[in-house]
Design a binder for this molecule. Sequence first.
Ligand SMILES: [Ca+2]
Ligand SMILES: [Ca+2]
Length: 166
Amino acid sequence: MLIKRFALLPTKSSSGFTLLEVLITIVVLSIAATAIMGVFINLGKSSADPMIQQQATSIAEAYMEEILSKSFADPVLPETGGPEAGELRSTYNDIQDYDGLTDAGARNQNNQLIAGLSAYTVVITVTGRALTGSASVPATDSMRIDISLSHPAISTLTVSGFRTNY
Ligand SMILES: [Ca+2]
Ligand SMILES: [Ca+2]
């Protein structure tokens, strides 16, 4: 009679989860959740970079637009290959004036710091570069403009342009 009663009891394998199994499951799930959260945190960090990259490109393009709007050589004084005597950033009037310009923080054409862009460093070089090909242009009549943008969150970005003495 006793043996028969034992036989009616459910076997251990079909009794659901033990406390130990539940604890192990919780530990495994929390480790997995921590790993997934880590991925999301890293995604959040790296998603800021494209924004800074785009901002750096826009700043470089704005500087390039300003430079390309100027004369090839000084329209008033003999060209010195850099800024002529008494010229300031706000009075630059030829592309060669910009050679060697370094701005700590992006600035506008009046040399005023632009709010929110102080972490960028802008370095500009303007150098004679001959163009070769079917219609070659000597280095004295062709300038290469390189604008390098750096920011602590991105690697240095350089935008280059050419201007000929037309
Ligand atoms: Ca000038
Ligand atoms: Ca000049």
